[in-house]
Design a binder for this molecule. Structure first.
Ligand SMILES: Cc1cc2nc3c(=O)[nH]c(=O)nc-3n(C[C@H](O)[C@H](O)[C@H](O)COP(=O)(O)OP(=O)(O)OC[C@H]3O[C@@H](n4cnc5c(N)ncnc54)[C@H](O)[C@@H]3O)c2cc1C
Length: 485
């Protein structure tokens, strides 16, 4: 084993948005670091893949990646990296349920026309019933199902929410924590949806925001720009590399061993910021954490995804950025058309589709062959009339294991035990979606990375749990916040 001599002694594990933001913030403060990333490229789940085909270059994100944040600092952070390559994109999204397409955010006329007066009446009745019940039952909802039914009424919740949620998570909504609803659709209510539908200028909760920022060549461009900046400043990025041991002396990390293609290297870092899956990090500590922490980590699960990327020999399939497919009879959950985010995502006159399947690592969908998944996909797309096999020029198959931290009813108890221990380490900062087991979007992962960097720079640990309503930033903990229109 060779001892390594990093540019500086800060080590960042994982080069997704959280790790890259941490690196950029340190770099801006004149600090160097070594980054360790298992994949062959940076960007994590927000990376952009590139495929060279006979008719040109196709790019795709891992699913749709719109950027939206309440934190002006982040807009400046990205604008500084991308300048004019960061553009505002109108949002067109729909969902396809029970054989019909619906606009999302909803347009009342469109919904009423599609579902008919009887179903609409049933939804209104169920909604009013729940309103009345809420006057009597005031105990807070515990599960996603309770939340959705109380907030929207049983019929509306069943129409486009409960099935899709079960598809994402692979467990019944009665076993999914209400935390997920609060984090992901908090602020979304029948009233907010109707207000938005009636008054298109109404801002509404972020679920309903109707335009977003997007880099010209995919969300990964942000992280490629950071990569270029930190490398130009002398920092080191080790791709296809992973940590295999985190040695600690009490509550202080003293050494991290990583495995590269060339062999093993040992670092003696002053600080470590880690966005690798929290379950993996816990396994790597030597000596191991207390048994309660290990027991808690053993029960955390991630939901995985498998994707198909189809290149298409025609200029357009839809006007949509993405379409949701909640029905459980349809094997995939969402289809995105990357060209509708940016024309630079495919050659002129062509387009592409990105199809998302939800699964657990190792299950039947995870193991299914590309051909099998393609057949399942096309059977549906042809039936709907969206796309025919003859239009598809090539198919790519991608798997991702640690995509969604699974918020079952026990996750919070387990996570509290783990984070209490991890956050008690003197020089180890667990950040990001897999690293803190938080269902974050890019914005909150970026915030966590920035906060970890500030903790390292100031020597004072900050609260890394950047949340949806992140008052931490709004109170001015970070400098130079300038609102962007
Ligand atoms: C289908 C889909 C759609 C999404 N849509 C949006 C959207 O519209 N808007 C939005 O803002 N966000 C969206 N997101 C979420 C966004 O991708 C994540 O919030 C973001 O990527 C999380 O960043 P992170 O750095 O916290 O984690 P990750 O992106 O998961 O990065 C973790 C990094 O650690 C690396 N790693 C893992 N294990 C190891 C190891 N053992 N050793 C070394 N490295 C390791 C991984 O390869 C990865 O690069 C979407 C995500 C998905 C999957």
């Amino acid at each position: 084993m060779q001892p390594a001599s990093p540019p500086e002694d800060i080590l960042i594990l994982g080069a997704g948005p959280a790790g890259m933001a941490c690196a950029m913030e340190l770099c801006r403060a004149g600090r160097g670091m070594t980054m360790v990333e298992k994949a062959p490229q940076v960007g994590g789940l927000a990376k952009t893949l590139q495929f060279e085909e006979p008719d040109g270059t196709y790019r795709t994100d891992i699913g749709p990646h719109r950027f939206y944040s309440k934190n002006p600092y982040l807009y400046r952070f990205i604008e500084d990296l991308l300048g004019e390559q960061w553009r505002k994109v109108p949002r067109h999204t729909r969902f396809y349920v029970r054989g019909k397409f619906y606009d999302y955010p909803i347009r009342l006329a469109n919904v009423l026309r599609q579902i008919g007066i009887v179903s609409a009446g049933r939804m209104a009745r169920d909604f009013l019933w729940e309103r009345m019940r809420s006057l009597v039952h005031r105990d807070p909802p515990r599960t996603f199902e309770e939340y959705a039914v109380r907030e929207f009424g049983r019929s509306l919740a069943s129409f486009n929410m409960l099935q899709y949620t079960e598809k994402i998570w692979g467990i019944p909504c009665s076993q999914i924590s209400v935390d997920w609803a609060v984090q992901r659709i908090g602020g979304l209510s029948v009233f907010a949806t109707i207000r938005k539908a009636l008054f298109s200028r109404s801002q509404g909760p972020k679920t309903l925001v109707d335009s977003f920022y997007y880099p010209s060549r995919g969300s990964g461009l942000i992280y490629e720009a950071i990569r270029d900046r930190i490398q130009a400043a002398g920092s080191r990025l080790l791709l296809r590399t992973e940590p295999i041991r985190i040695l600690r002396d009490g509550l202080r990390v003293t050494e991290v061993t990583v495995r590269t293609a060339e062999g093993e290297h040992a670092f003696r870092p002053s600080s470590v910021a880690s966005s690798i899956p929290i379950t993996r990090a816990i396994e790597l500590f030597d000596p191991p954490p207390p048994s309660a922490v290990r027991e808690a980590a053993a029960g955390l699960r991630f939901r995985a995804q498998v994707y198909l990327f189809l290149t298409v020999n025609k200029p357009s399939v839809t006007r949509d950025n993405w379409i949701y497919f909640p029905d459980t009879s349809i094997p995939f959950g969402r289809v995105s058309e990357m060209k509708n985010f940016s024309a630079e995502m495919c050659p002129a006159g062509k387009t592409s589709l990105f199809v998302e399947f939800f699964c657990f690592e190792g299950d039947e969908v995870w193991q299914a062959s590309k051909e099998d998944l393609f057949d399942r996909t096309m059977t549906v797309l042809e039936r709907i009339g969206l796309l025919f096999r003859s239009g598809v020029t090539s198919v790519h198959h991608i798997r991702a294991a640690h995509v969604y931290p699974l918020y079952d009813l026990d996750y919070d108890r387990r996570l509290t035990v783990i984070l209490e221990w991890l956050d008690g380490l003197e020089n180890f900062y667990a950040i990001g979606r897999p690293g803190r087991f938080r269902y974050t979007n890019q914005d909150h992962s970026l915030e966590m990375g920035i906060l970890a960097a500030q903790s390292i720079l100031t020597g004072t640990r900050q609260n890394l749990d950047a949340g949806a309503e992140n008052e931490y930033f709004e109170k001015g903990m970070l400098p130079t916040a300038v609102a962007r229109q």
